[in-house]
Ligand binder design. Structure first.
Ligand code: IPM
Ligand code: MN
Length: 357
């Protein structure tokens, strides 16, 4: 058992179902602290639409400074119809993007694995799904998301830029990860069209061949990758991709796991501080109903324990508990396929009880 650990965890519930799902993940972390004798202090702060309403900014300076000095950040989701005017100058999503940038969290890990009990929840045939176990490593602080933007009355532009250094550092994260898995990376780009992709391709190749010679590398164009993800998802181990391609491909990949609600993520930088959040959004259509799937956020809390606090055994305890609840068909509506569904809180209870057992 690991030594007693003290940690300060900032919780950013955000908007929509965000506060509901983070509440369950916090309860699970509290259960871990009880069972393993750790001391976790939780501190809530504002982000997104809730922060805009309270302060006028999607990422108040108080939130940035609290996150910057924390051991880890657990985040729900941002956005909602109330703030969705595309012409608004202040938008909830800016809070999330600015947080990633301010903390320099350049590598976003999005594991996609599927539980046998969820084979039927996916719109893809079970035969195709079997054996799927992917981690997408998405570059998170560069590319078209952060390039210069221009707008005139009759035109608009978003600049896509990457530096060699930005590509190298995220490639190293993917390389290390692949060495602990099946040693295979598919790097995604659009090198037949984009200059940034040509730089991406040559830089990835150079880093992996010189520093990770035991890792097999294949390049794949993003359009083909979108197709192969559905045709033969089990052929992928680590997928390495720039920011926007990673955003799009991980929503697609989530359908392999049965629901967007199942998938966790970790946003990491050079130090141990990370932001952990489910890959789903704020789901305003079901917000406040207590029926959202908390498993993606709870699994994000497991990633938090592993990557920011170095508590692998505890992380595994959460993963095992979630897997058991899913095996027992403790399903929220999104994965229940019309069958009996539990509430967000009941799904959280199931995990908490198993952690405490
Ligand atoms: C995600 C989200 C964000 C992104 C939005 C909310 C800015 O879709 O984390 O995938 O595009 O990165
Ligand atoms: Mn997204």
């Amino acid at each position: 058992m690991s030594a007693r650990k003290k940690a300060r965890i900032v919780v950013l519930g955000g908007d929509g179902i965000g506060p509901e799902v983070t509440a369950e993940a916090v309860r699970v972390l509290e259960a871990i602290a009880t069972r393993y004798g750790h001391e976790f202090a939780f501190e809530s702060h504002l982000i997104g639409g809730a922060a805009i309403d309270a302060t006028g900014s999607a990422l108040p300076s108080q939130t940035i400074s609290a996150c910057g000095t924390a051991d880890a950040v657990l985040l729900g989701a941002v956005g909602g119809p109330k703030w969705s005017d595309p012409n608004a100058t202040v938008r909830p999503e800016q809070g999330l993007l600015a947080l990633r940038k301010a903390l320099n969290l350049f590598a976003n890990l999005r594991p996609v694995s599927l539980h046998p009990a969820l084979l039927d929840a996916s719109p893809i045939k079970a035969d195709i799904l079997r054996g799927t176990d992917i981690v997408v490593v998405r570059e998170l602080t560069g590319g078209i998301y952060f390039g210069e933007k221009h707008r005139t009355e009759d035109s608009a532009s978003d600049l896509c830029t990457y530096t060699v250094n930005e590509i190298q550092r995220v490639t190293r994260v993917a390389g290390k990860l692949a060495q602990g898995r099946r040693r295979s990376i598919v790097s995604i780009d659009k090198a037949n069209v984009l200059e940034t992709s040509r730089l991406w391709r040559s830089t990835v190749e150079q880093v992996l061949s010189s520093e990770f010679p035991d890792v097999k590398l294949e390049h794949m164009l993003v359009d083909a990758a979108a197709m192969h993800l559905i045709r033969k998802p089990s052929s992928f181990d680590v997928m390495l991709t720039e920011n926007m391609f990673g955003d799009i491909l991980t929503d697609e990949a989530s359908m392999l796991a049965g629901s967007l609600g199942m998938l966790p993520s970790a946003s990491l930088g050079a130090a141990t501080l990370g932001v952990y959040e489910p890959i789903h959004g704020s789901a305003p259509d079901i917000a406040g109903k207590g029926i959202a799937n908390p498993y993606g956020t709870i699994l994000s809390a497991a990633m938090l324990l592993e990557h920011s606090l170095g508590l692998s055994e505890e992380a595994e305890a959460i993963e095992k508990a979630v897997a058991e609840c899913v095996s027992k068909r403790v399903f929220t509506a999104d994965i229940a396929a019309g069958g009996a569904a539990v509430t967000t809180k009941q799904a959280g209870d199931c995990v908490v009880n198993r952690v405490l057992q």
